[in-house]
Design a protein around this ligand. Structure first.
Ligand code: BGC
Length: 750
């Protein structure tokens, strides 16, 4: 036993019941409880995923009060579009350094809930609609933060995919969908990087609050995945402290002081809670406090300028170039030309979302200022606001007119559009995915006077482009890209940086095309995940729906060629050591340095259950100089080919053909290879409830039937009709195919 473990046990035995109970609750909004008598200190936790929101004074959990200045990095939906694990790791290291400086021991992030619907108000805080991508990227961030001796809190576990009624709603999700879509990102991060803590979600899953969900918190998270850390509640997610302890929730935040602690003490005293359950949670709290100490003793510092530069690099990599007709970008204004900058967001940056993740930035780049200084002496930059933020008053008409006038006389027009803060935030969902009406009116008016509009978008969740994209020449989706968003947008606009981002979420033609549309956000306290495993591109592809821009899509100022795709197999499913290696070459065929993401998708061609046409199972981002070629390789294991079988309660790979497709987006696949895998056929034990088909598919069952004179049961025409009937039903049809006695004999012989 380690010294630390011994130490914890010693201290555990010295704690009174009341002290143990107190340790399972925080002491205030952001601190664990100290036990001064025994020298157990308190530690501080703080949001969040893209920058520290350390509230050193007034505290709240929805971003109302101020917080210490910290670098605001791109939010998760932006950073997720970088498809770059190394960047996630580097940003994580920076977050760790800042946490250390601020005395914060656990950073409350990353957030990796799936983007089930584009309407979720908090999509800006989540990485992707795809669990593999979210899992890979968040693993790197957890490694980065924790490399600094600072903990993470992977959140919100699980199925927290909307803000509407988020504190109570029950997400009704079948197990296969949980296992294949809503849990795998958590599973991967837990297995590969052991976050110090996992934060349970507010909502219920299938009728049980996540904070009390034994299956989620204990059976799956700890027993199956081997989670070694502590489970903390989302802020206010605990309803019954004793039930939560029994479910596997160690730490309640913020504390319901005098209520939750008293309930724990009473439950131990009256025997309704085993003290050993309490002890387990207390040990985990003590361990968390212990492992936080070394970083707290360091004399930590960070360079805000370096971190700002990193935020700018991260914002470069997060942007996705959606459209660039006639290579209008990068912008190279002729000497003496006029560049019209239109849109309030060029002057008033929109760079992060609202709520608990809101950071007080150390600096703020303003796109208009950045462009003016970048083009000083080369071109004249002129500005018109074009629209007001969150307003629809009379002044709008004048703003519009000024903008149109400016655009009509300008050589180049760059329009900064996006979602104002009041349109998307933690706490509520959107009701549509369009840009605000005043911005759309402006855009159409500008298109009347200028035919090469360049649109720069700032929004956390996706916005619909299908109603206007044919009226503009270029669209650069910059998301909510943090405090350096303004500078980064200008770098990208002028070609100082080359866009390398790829969509981590599909942009549908219409909201109605999204598979969750009919079931979002639910009603009367329940949201049915009726679309099952088919979310995001899994649904759009399976339904053969046109989309505006597919998952994985993103242009560059250079061009790439992916070729020499090769697939090789070693090991096998029966031996449990299957390894499929996919290799490819990627070449920069253009004239600028750039980066391409080689994406590997797998599809099960002969599945016995409904499966997506293809699913992302690997990707590699490569930076290439003009003319440079690199060889990339991805390893796929058995799980890449498996589905979760409800019947067998396990991951199952079925024998047969699988498609492996490689490309630069989910709908731009340059090579598709077919491989054949052999896997053991799984079957439930035969019995009276098994169908005739199941008996005949089973070697032994078929043999027993064919040994007897049961011709009707072997007649191909009849089998088509009665094959799906259970044997005991067939036996009940007197004189038809077999009798009850014969069925009993068959079963006895089995
Ligand atoms: C959010 C969490 C956050 C917590 C603390 C909650 O409202 O859902 O993501 O970490 O507050 O601010």
């Amino acid at each position: 036993m380690s010294e630390a473990a011994n130490d914890s046990i010693n201290r555990l035995s010295e704690l009174t019941l009341e002290e143990k109970a107190s340790l399972c609750l925080g002491s205030d909004f952001w601190h664990t409880a100290p036990v001064e008598r025994l020298g157990i200190p308190r530690i501080m936790v703080s949001d969040g995923p893209h920058g520290l929101r350390a509230q050193l004074e007034e505290a709240d959990h929805v971003g109302i009060g101020g917080s210490a200045p910290a670098t605001c990095f791109p939010t998760a939906s932006a950073l997720g579009s970088s498809w770059n694990p190394e960047l996630f790791r580097t940003v994580g290291e920076a977050l760790g350094r800042e946490a250390k400086k601020l005395g914060v021991s656990v950073v409350l992030g990353p957030g990796i809930n799936m983007k089930r619907s584009p309407l979720c108000g908090r999509n800006f805080e989540y990485v992707s609609e795809d669990p593999w991508l979210a899992g890979e990227l968040a693993t790197a961030m957890v490694h980065g933060i924790q490399s600094q001796g600072i903990g993470t809190s992977l959140k919100h576990y699980a199925a927290n995919n909307q803000e509407d009624d988020r504190l109570r709603v029950s997400a009704e999700v079948d197990e296969r969908t949980l296992r294949e879509i809503y849990l795998p990102a958590f599973e991967r991060v837990v297995k590969l990087s052991q976050p110090w803590t996992v934060m349970c979600a507010y909502n219920k899953v299938n009728g049980i609050y996540c904070s009390e969900h034994h299956w989620l918190l204990t059976e799956v998270l700890r027993e199956e995945w081997g989670f070694e850390g502590l489970v903390v509640s989302d802020w206010g997610a605990v309803h019954d402290r004793v039930a939560a302890l029994k479910g596997g929730l160690d730490l309640e935040m913020p504390p319901n002081l005098g209520v939750s602690d008293a309930a724990i003490v009473a439950a131990v005293r009256d025997g309704s809670l085993y003290e050993s359950i309490l002890d387990d949670s207390v040990s985990r709290v003590l361990h968390l406090v212990d492992r936080s100490q070394p970083a707290l003793r360091e004399d930590a510092s960070f360079d805000p300028d370096d971190h700002h530069a990193l935020a700018r690099r991260a914002a470069h990599e997060s942007a996705v170039l959606l459209k660039n007709d006639g290579d209008v970008l990068p912008l190279e204004p002729e000497p003496g030309s006029t560049v019209a900058v239109i849109g309030e967001f060029a002057r008033t940056p929109r760079y992060q979302g609202a709520g608990s993740s809101q950071v007080n930035p150390t600096r703020l780049d303003v796109a208009l200022d950045e462009l003016q200084s970048a083009l000083a002496g080369r071109a004249e930059v002129r500005f018109a606001a074009g629209f007001g933020i969150g307003t629809t008053d009379d002044g709008e008409q004048q703003l519009l007119q000024e903008a149109v006038e400016l655009a009509s006389g300008a050589d180049h027009v760059v329009v900064f559009l996006g979602l104002p803060g009041e349109d998307e935030s933690e706490g509520f969902d959107r009701t549509h995915i369009d840009l605000p009406a005043n911005q759309l009116v402006l855009l159409h008016a500008l298109a009347e006077v200028h035919d090469r509009l360049i649109v720069i978008l700032a929004n956390g969740g996706i916005v619909r482009v299908s109603t206007w994209e044919d009226r503009v020449a270029a669209i650069l989706e910059c998301w909510l890209s943090g405090q350096a968003a303004g500078g980064a947008a200008v770098d990208l606009l002028l070609g100082v940086a080359n866009p390398t981002g790829k969509l981590a979420e599909t942009i549908p033609v219409r909201l109605h095309d999204n598979s969750s549309y009919l079931n979002f956000p639910g009603e009367e306290g329940i949201v049915q995940y009726g679309e099952g495993i088919f979310i995001g591109y899994r649904a759009y592809d399976r339904l053969i729906q046109p989309v505006s821009y597919p998952f994985g899509f993103g242009l560059s100022y250079t061009s790439f060629r992916i070729d020499d795709v090769d697939v090789s197999i070693t090991g096998s499913v029966p031996d449990g050591d299957l390894a499929v290696t996919v290799t490819a070459s990627v070449t920069n065929t253009g004239r600028r340095p750039g980066a391409e993401v080689v994406q590997v998708y797998v599809g099960d061609i002969e599945a016995s259950v409904a499966r997506p046409l293809r699913e992302l199972k690997g990707f590699v981002k490569v930076h290439l100089e003009p003319g440079e070629t690199q060889h990339v390789s991805c390893q796929l294991d058995e799980r890449a080919f498996a589905f979760w079988s409800r019947r067998f309660q396990r991951w199952v790979v079925e024998s047969g053909e699988f498609m492996i497709a490689v490309g630069s987006s989910s709908r731009d696949l340059v090579a598709t290879e077919t491989i054949t895998l052999d896997a053991p056929r799984l079957a439930l034990p035969l019995g009276p409830d098994s169908t005739l088909h199941e008996w005949l598919e089973d070697d032994r069952g078929r043999e027993l039937i064919s040994k007897r004179d049961m011709r009707l049961l072997q007649d191909p025409e009849l089998i088509k009709v009665i094959g799906t009937m259970p044997m005991h039903t067939l036996a009940a049809f007197q004189g038809m195919a077999l009798s009850h006695d014969e069925l009993d004999e068959l079963i006895a012989e089995l």
